[in-house]
Write a protein that binds this ligand. Structure first.
Ligand code: NAP
Length: 275
């Protein structure tokens, strides 16, 4: 049975996914809370999920055991200023899902004693298929570790990081990663139509192939390289295509792309920390 009250500050896309996922996992709606300045959005969430609502972020932080900061990164600082007194008094676990906001900044805005878990989910969380990396500061207890993990598991798979600096690499890989796959899907669809397939057929072939390949890779004990070799017969069609990609520097391009994303993630976090 759920023993903690969980409150979401910001009732947008991610909060709704997490709330939906938690309820599907058996969370009691009356132990979930949300606050958001948009009263229509709050009413819609209450009607859809039957959860509790708060008139202010401070009242929410005053009522729950876990606060999930689910506002846009640029709103995090002001929300922290607003709730810092309530957080000091009640000492809830603070989970941030805001991209690029470091624990050091959150601690500065909320107080050094606050137990904080910084997470980096990705957009497939919106369909409960997300990948979330988590990092906890030293104030987070073992129970709070489990609480944070079970909340983020409601929208997909989780992995803990020992070193927060790795969050930039996570952002480059799984945070931005869905866009790389979407780009590949677009490229395959267009290439298929240029080979004479109907657009709808090319799209279906692409999407189901992407889904099937990901599922096979997830369920197989073999790694991606082995699975690829298995469909690449010498002198066959796949080998012809892979040769074109590798001759054009496909892998090196991804190295460069991820390094650029990782560098940008660090720059954005630096800017956020100075805000
Ligand atoms: N969407 C994703 O897949 C994804 C992936 C990784 C990380 N994230 C992170 O998740 C966070 C939320 O993203 P989202 O896509 O859910 O954004 P969103 O849909 O814009 O939700 C944010 C919500 O917070 C509300 N809000 C604004 N100021 C507030 C305040 N002072 N107090 C309480 N609520 C306030 C917004 O209201 P208004 O619209 O009226 O401003 C909006 O309803 C972001 O920090 C983002 O970096 C999202």
């Amino acid at each position: 049975m759920q023993t903690s009250d969980i409150g979401f500050i910001g009732g947008g896309n991610m909060a709704r996914s997490l709330i939906g996922g938690l309820i599907a996992d058996g969370a009691e709606p009356q132990r979930l809370w949300v606050s958001d300045p948009d009263t229509e959005a709050v009413a819609e969430i209450r009607q859809r999920f039957g959860i509790q609502t708060c008139d202010s972020n401070t009242a929410l932080a005053d009522s729950v055991d876990v606060v999930v900061l689910a506002v846009k990164p640029q709103n995090v600082h002001s929300v922290c200023d607003e709730i810092s007194a309530a957080v000091s008094a009640r000492a809830p676990l603070l989970i941030s899902i805001a991209a690029g906001v470091r624990v050091a900044a959150l601690s500065r805005w909320l107080g050094n004693d606050v137990a904080i878990v910084r997470t980096m989910p990705n957009t497939p969380a919106l369909v409960q298929s997300g990948m979330t990396a988590l990092f906890a500061n030293d104030q987070v207890s073992e129970i709070q570790h489990s609480q944070a993990e079970s909340i983020m598991r409601a929208v997909g798979v989780t992995v803990w990081l020992d070193d927060e600096a790795q969050m930039d690499a996570v952002t480059a890989l799984s945070g931005s990663g869905p866009a790389y796959f979407f780009l590949l899907l677009e490229a395959l669809e267009h290439a298929g139509t240029r080979l004479g397939l109907d657009a709808g057929v090319a799209q279906l072939l692409t999407l189901q192939t992407g889904f099937g390949a990901a599922r096979l890779a997830l369920e197989s004990e073999d790694d991606a390289a082995v699975l690829r070799q298995r469909v690449t017969s010498p002198g066959g069609t796949t080998e012809s295509a892979i040769r074109v990609l590798q001759d054009a520097g496909f892998e090196a391009l991804f190295d460069e792309a991820l390094q650029a994303a990782c560098k940008r993630a660090a720059e954005l976090a630096d800017m956020m920390e100075k805000s």
